[in-house]
Design a protein around this ligand. Structure first.
Ligand code: PLP
Length: 392
């Protein structure tokens, strides 16, 4: 089996939603992956901010093996201890020290977590949502209804409506559209798909205050930013802001599909029996993996590591003083390298040829979202190569 062999079959077998990928990957270890021709790559994307512990982490592999041999799936007609333990853990994480009750709905993906959140907002009885320009919340029709990109939305319109759009990071614009008919304001603490854009300091706290003033829910989409990616369990919590509804996925399973919609206070009990469901969501295998990921992040000090390593990486890239690079933005290990030309696709192709996996969420932005376990020495390989890549 070679790259050419599998990719030759890809186009005929698979729907063309992703185009034809550039390589076939066959195995991984830590932040490294190998393709079907045996070429190694430093994975600086981690399956789009997913493989928080890298590939084939021994504790994750052991947890999967052990739990799969015991009990994998039971449906939500039955309960399992790992499912409840994960719910308790996420409830505590999202409620923080508020003293408020919290409840979790487990899903298989970020989109599904957002679908659950959307249903929670509907049950407030208020009709309107406020969403951000540049946002990304998923590809199902409900998640698309609060996702900004016209190219993603327009082929599938009409979408669920009554969404007011405001510029990300603009508190005055948000204040101007708030009213007591707003069910929720939906926000990413850092806009990952938009190229790792952080809002101005204090903006999120301002959004929280406006939600409180109007009795609206603050729905934080931490699907990409949460579970260590930005250097804290929740990117919002590192700014001292608590959401009423928080959605998680990506890094939570470290590569295993699992997501969660966690609601706090009055929002925690809006979804009642019969309102929502899932066959696979919260199965004991997914829950066990997520619990293991949380344990490893904690025991290996990966929150601090992500914070420090991310700051170091941004400084090291900016320190190169490259005329092709404008600046590095984002937080923790979710970073956007902003180029002075819209040639990110060419740079990412050159990076792949040189053995580095990154992506280009915008024409002028390279996204770096490596496994949280990545070391400075490994990142230094990329920093050393970057001058050659941006000039490719
Ligand atoms: N929300 C955010 C902020 C995301 O970045 C993504 C995926 O990129 C999603 C939701 C959708 O998650 P998934 O692809 O797991 O359905």
């Amino acid at each position: 089996m070679s790259n050419a062999d599998v990719l030759g079959r890809y186009g005929a077998a698979m729907m063309q939603t992703f185009g034809i990928p550039p390589r076939v990957l066959v195995r991984g270890a830590g932040p490294w992956v190998w393709d079907a021709d045996g070429t190694p790559y430093l994975d600086l994307l981690a399956g789009i901010a997913v493989n928080s512990l890298g590939h084939a982490h021994p504790r994750v592999v052991a947890a999967i093996t052990e739990q799969a041999g015991r009990l994998m799936h039971i449906s939500n007609l039955f309960a399992s201890e790992p499912q409840v333990a994960l719910g308790e853990r996420l409830d505590a994480l999202v409620a923080g020290d508020s003293g408020l009750p919290a409840r979790t709905f487990l899903t298989n993906s970020g989109t599904e977590a957002n679908e659950a959140a959307l249903k929670v907002t509907r049950l407030t009885g208020r009709p309107r949502l406020v969403a951000m320009e540049g946002s990304f919340h998923g590809r199902s029709l409900g998640a698309l209804s609060v996702t900004a990109a016209a190219a993603y939305r327009e082929p599938f319109e009409p979408l669920p409506g009554n969404v007011t759009w405001v510029p990300y990071g603009d508190l005055d614009a948000l204040a101007a559209v708030m009213g007591d008919d707003v069910a929720a304001v939906v926000v990413e603490p850092v806009q990952g798909e938009n190229g790792a854009i952080s809002p101005p300091e204090g903006w999120l706290a301002g959004v929280r205050a406006l939600c409180d003033e109007h009795g609206a829910l603050l729905w934080l989409d931490e699907v990409q930013t949460g579970i260590g990616r930005c250097g804290g369990w929740l990117a919002s919590a590192t700014e001292g802001v608590r959401g009423d509804v928080v959605t998680l996925a990506k890094g939570l399973g470290g590569g295993f599909p699992v997501g969660a919609c966690v609601a706090v206070g009055d929002a925690a009990t809006l979804l009642q029996a019969g309102h929502h469901g899932t066959t696979f969501g919260g199965n004991p295998l997914a829950a066990t993996v997520a619990l293991t990921v949380l344990d490893v992040i904690e025991s290996e000090g990966l929150l601090e590591h992500a914070r420090e390593t991310g700051d170091w990486l941004a400084g090291a890239i900016e320190g190169l003083g490259l005329s092709e690079v404008s600046h590095v933005r984002g937080r923790g290990l979710l970073r956007g390298v902003v180029l002075n030309q819209p040639n990110a696709r060419e740079v990412l192709a050159a990076a792949l040829e040189a053995g580095f996996i990154v992506n280009a969420p915008r024409p002028d932005v390279l996204r770096l979202a490596p496994p949280l376990v990545v070391t400075r020495d490994e990142l230094q390989l990329f920093v050393d190569a970057l001058p050659g890549l941006v000039r490719a």
